[in-house]
Design a protein around this ligand. Structure first.
Ligand SMILES: *Cc1c(COP(=O)(O)O)cnc(C)c1O
Length: 423
């Protein structure tokens, strides 16, 4: 199946006489007749449902659709994108370990890696993702356990060079984890470019309507944990908290997601509510149709901005001449996403006047849903970062992040025009 068909048809497949749409299993637990049956489930010797914190059929149904769309072998949903990125890294890094992340990432992830995980004894080095491979190699240490980046970065709209990062990771026997939230599997499937583990904030385009917070992790099954066994004891040595089971040998390609479910979900409990998983399922079905419109609208608006003399600069990789245009054509030939960023001449004061004059486009902390919205990271999402950290993350103080929705592009341009007239 092509990706547009997978969107609609993959995942949950009802049998004869079963519900057409994935049912919402609003149940915490499942009933069994004998204690032996229940015991086998706890030993991971039989598969079946017993408690929603560990697995729920609605969550599994939605996760399996996303898994097929990304081309993975196993997937899980989490309560948020934050939980997904935390689990993705914490599933392989422990106290005393180190990992590398692109510095141009979502502000929340930057804090998670740089502040909260540091308190857990896990150190992250943030790197400029545009450095050549030889320079990036210098940041690798004996205890470096993974590399992290975003396909299209939030909010700076840069494109990750997958070939370079996959080489960096695999030359050093460690996996590459990529947050594919902005591109979605419609526009980019990182696993096809050597990425080992993909994460999502399903809160964005996948849900698509600003209705529910959620996250997901998809494993390609391609990383050979046993080949670097000494680096990943959590996967390659017996887990005493799970009956002495060794994930990599007991579950093969399913090892990573099984460990994340059996250990991390068991202990941290960041499950996605089945009701929200249902929204993920519904959102995925129309994702391809929506992404096409988001991209078409965004290109029209970006072209308008790029040709307006009140605008200082525009970053949108679909624009010819954009610094990341070539990488985008290579990895996201169908288009990047509906998000772009730009700066207004006259700096902060004029930017605020412009934003406050908009009538249709609203100021919200969200991004990537049906309604066009914008935000000024320096005074909103990234306000906890110092100016130096802002610059390090590539966020200019005048940067406005614009997320183009599903309206008529001409109406959006009209609104932008009248607001620009006020400055
Ligand atoms: C929003 C976002 C997150 C965090 O996701 P939540 O669902 O808000 O927890 C992570 N990564 C990216 C790229 C995001 O845009």
């Amino acid at each position: 199946m092509n990706i547009d068909t997978k969107c609609v048809q993959s995942g949950y497949r009802p049998g004869n006489g079963e519900p057409r749409q994935l049912p919402i299993y609003q149940s915490t637990t499942w009933k069994y007749s004998t204690s032996e049956e229940m015991g086998k489930l706890f030993d991971l010797e039989a598969s079946g449902y017993f408690y929603t914190r560990l697995q729920n059929p609605t969550n599994d149904g939605a996760a399996s659709k996303l898994c097929e769309m990304e081309g993975g072998v196993a997937a899980m949903l989490t309560s948020s994108g934050q939980a997904a990125n935390f689990y993705a890294v914490f599933n392989i890094c422990e106290c005393g370990d180190h990992f590398i992340s692109s510095s141009s990432i979502y502000g929340g992830t930057y804090n998670l890696f740089g502040v909260s995980m540091k308190k857990m004894g896990i150190e992250c080095t943030f790197v400029d993702q545009d450095l050549p491979l030889e320079e990036l190699q210098k940041y690798i240490r004996p205890n470096t356990k993974c590399i992290f980046g975003e396909t299209i970065t939030n909010p700076t709209c840069t494109v990750l060079d997958f070939d370079k990062f996959a080489k960096l990771a695999h030359n050093n026997g460690i996996p590459l984890i990529v947050d594919n939230t902005f591109a979605t599997p419609i526009n980019c499937r990182p696993i096809e470019h050597g990425v080992d583990i993909v994460t999502h904030s399903t809160t964005k385009y996948i849900d698509g309507h600003a209705s529910s917070v959620g996250g997901a992790i998809i494993d390609s099954g391609n990383f050979d944990w046993m080949a670097s066994a000494d680096k990943f004891p959590g996967l390659t040595t017996p887990d005493e908290s799970y009956h002495g089971l060794t994930y990599a040998t007991a579950f093969g390609k399913g090892a990573y997601i099984t460990k994340a479910t059996a250990q991390l979900m068991r202990d941290f409990g960041s499950i996605q509510a089945p009701q929200n998983a249902y929204y993920v399922q519904i959102g995925l079905e129309s994702l391809s149709a929506r992404m096409e419109r988001h991209c078409r609208n965004a290109k029209k608006v970006a072209e308008f901005l790029a040709n307006n003399d009140k605008i200082a600069w525009v970053h949108y990789s679909d624009l010819e001449g954009d610094k990341y245009h070539d990488l985008q054509l290579k990895y996201l030939p169908k288009g990047s996403c509906g998000v772009m960023c730009f700066g207004i001449k006259g700096g902060r004061e004029q930017s605020i006047r412009f934003m406050d004059s908009l009538k249709l486009i609203s100021i919200v902390t969200h991004v990537a849903d049906a309604k066009t919205c914008l935000l000024h990271p320096a005074s909103h999402t990234h306000r906890q970062l110092t100016d130096d950290q802002l610059r390090e993350a590539g966020v200019a103080p005048d940067l406005i992040r614009l997320s183009i929705g599903l309206e008529d592009a001409d109406d959006l341009i009209e609104d932008i025009k009248q607001a620009l007239d006020k400055i």
